[in-house]
Design a protein around this ligand. Structure first.
Ligand code: GAR
Length: 196
């Protein structure tokens, strides 16, 4: 299976996919970044075609040319259009650094999320992998896991804890997708461990 990864920054989630290509039995064919970011260097270090591109039409064209089966938004900080979603129907997944439906939607990205979480006083946060639909962070949820917020946590320490969860559940979710074990039923994603 061929994966296209969209990023905007450091690319640590991208790195975890690359490091686990064998485990998930898929290959990252192309990386596209909306910023001139370190993630592009990570891709090039692994001889993966990498583009700095902000024009959505061009991004869709590249992904089509590369014949990708799955598009992973891995720290991609741009909201994609309905046309983009329709071009890869049920084949786009996103990682979000909170427990959706909390701390998500417009304006909630990167460190903003963790700041809001800390300021709210909640005792748990986490990460969510979900299919992408027409709105921000509303698509069917594939996998979530939690972290506990301790007295001495700030947004930096929380972001580190959450990233560890992200790297794990993103890889596991992609593996399930590749193995055709995910079935979308309305808002729910049914994980069918039996199918292979
Ligand atoms: C990650 O925490 C990811 O969940 C978040 O940006 C960070 C990117 O880190 N994405 C969003 O906030 C999307 N709404 P990375 O570049 O090291 O993978």
């Amino acid at each position: 299976m061929r994966i296209g990864v969209l990023i905007s920054g450091n690319g640590s989630n991208l790195q975890s996919i690359i490091d686990n290509e064998k485990y998930i039995n898929a290959k990252v064919e192309v990386v596209i970044s909306s910023k001139d970011s370190y993630g592009l260097e990570r891709a090039r270090n692994h001889n993966i075609d990498a583009y700095y591109e902000t024009d959505e039409e061009k991004i869709i064209t590249i992904l089509k040319e590369k014949n990708v089966d799955l598009v992973v938004l891995a720290g991609y900080l741009t909201i994609i259009s309905p046309k983009f979603v329709d071009s890869f129907k049920d084949r786009i997944i996103n990682i979000h650094p909170s427990l959706i439906p909390s701390f998500c939607g417009k304006g909630y990205y990167g460190m903003n999320v963790h700041k809001s979480v800390i300021n709210s006083g909640v005792k748990v946060s986490g990460a969510t992998v979900h299919f992408v639909d027409y709105l921000a962070d509303t698509g069917p949820i594939i996998m979530q896991d939690i972290v506990y917020i301790e007295n001495n946590d700030d947004e930096i320490s929380l972001s580190k804890k959450v990233l560890e969860v992200e790297h794990r559940i993103l890889v596991e979710s992609i593996k399930l997708f590749v193995e055709n074990k995910l079935k979308i039923e309305g808002k729910r994603v049914i994980i069918n461990e039996g199918v292979n």
